[in-house]
Design a protein around this ligand. Structure first.
Ligand SMILES: C[S@@+](CC[C@H](N)C(=O)[O-])C[C@H]1O[C@@H](n2cnc3c(N)ncnc32)[C@H](O)[C@@H]1O
Length: 284
């Protein structure tokens, strides 16, 4: 993995969350990589805990596909959890920019965040041909070949739908869920109605990820979905009636990208039209 410095990545600014963990802010997307609570806390709350690794017997090899690998925080958190649970880890990642991972690996604070053995594994994954670089929309078919129907976990951690609608479109999600085993689950920090409605339309069982009790006032920390009903788990809860109502509203209109090549502006504009909103976003 090539070294990256703050100079070579001028649009990526170093951030540390409230938990002190390493994170970045992207000037080009106008958004942080993680919530203010911190990358490490978010990884555990929104990805590791709802993955419910206790479902798997020690020795089992977990098959994981990760969209928007970024700094590798979710990957490292999952490596650490799998090591603790004595699970194997067969991982593939999609990411268009190698710099966030290189910046993280060059940061002493990031390296110190993890138990022994995690950083060498993360470095090996980053360099070992399992990190597919490029637009995830174009690289996803390369994963579907070897992995269709075989992933235990699919992690989706793209920038928010309004900043990066390319990775939340119905067409992208339709392909992404094809990676899942019948008892596999897709996990994301996103609770948007457009995402949840799409997943339900694709035949997925959908649950909300419960927020960390310390995150006062939050109603949902994300979404978990799978082809088969998700077993009850303290990190998950069924959608509330008000959430179902929200899905049926204009907020539930999906992002569309049939060609897989549309720009963010094109996808957002098309959705505004399909929501019956004008260019200004005002109701017609
Ligand atoms: C919110 S950050 C990911 C955070 C990451 N999971 C972490 O723990 O650092 C979103 C990532 O999506 C990547 N990205 C944006 N558009 C993409 C695209 N079309 N294809 C692949 N990756 C993309 C960005 O480069 C960025 O690293």
């Amino acid at each position: 993995m090539a070294a990256a410095s703050a100079d070579t990545a001028a649009d990526l600014l170093l951030r540390r969350g409230a938990d002190g963990s390493f994170s970045l802010y992207s000037r080009s997307f106008g958004e942080g990589f993680h919530s203010a609570a911190g990358a490490l806390r978010e990884a555990n709350e929104k990805f590791v805990r709802p993955a419910a690794l206790e479902r798997f017997a020690p020795g089992r090899e977990l098959v994981v596909a990760e969209v928007a690998v970024g700094t590798g925080t979710n990957t490292a958190a999952l490596i650490a959890a799998c090591r603790a649970a004595r699970l194997g880890f067969d991982w593939w990642g999609l990411e268009q920019d190698p710099r966030p991972l290189a910046l993280a690996l060059a940061d002493g604070g990031f390296r110190a965040q993890w138990p022994a053995g995690v950083i060498p594994r993360l470095e090996a994954l980053g360099a070992g041909g399992r990190l597919l670089l490029g637009d995830a929309r174009q690289r996803l078919p390369d994963l579907l070949g070897p992995l269709e129907g075989s992933c235990d976990l699919v992690l989706l951690d793209a920038f928010s739908p309004s900043r990066c609608p390319q990775l939340w479109s119905r067409e992208f999600l339709e392909r992404l869920v094809r990676l899942l085993r019948n008892d596999g689950r897709l996990l994301t920090y996103c609770s948007a109605a457009a995402l949840r409605r799409c997943l339900l339309d694709l035949g997925m069982a959908v649950q909300a990820i419960r927020p960390d009790p310390a995150e006062a006032g939050q109603w949902s920390a994300g979404t978990a979905a799978g082809p088969a009903p998700l077993a009850p788990h303290p990190a998950l809860r069924p959608l509330e009636p008000f959430e179902h109502e929200h899905l049926a509203s204009r907020a539930g209109v999906p992002y569309r990208d049939p060609s897989g090549t549309a720009t963010a502006a094109e996808i957002l504009e098309r959705r505004r039209r399909e929501q019956g909103l004008g260019r200004s976003g005002r109701h017609r």
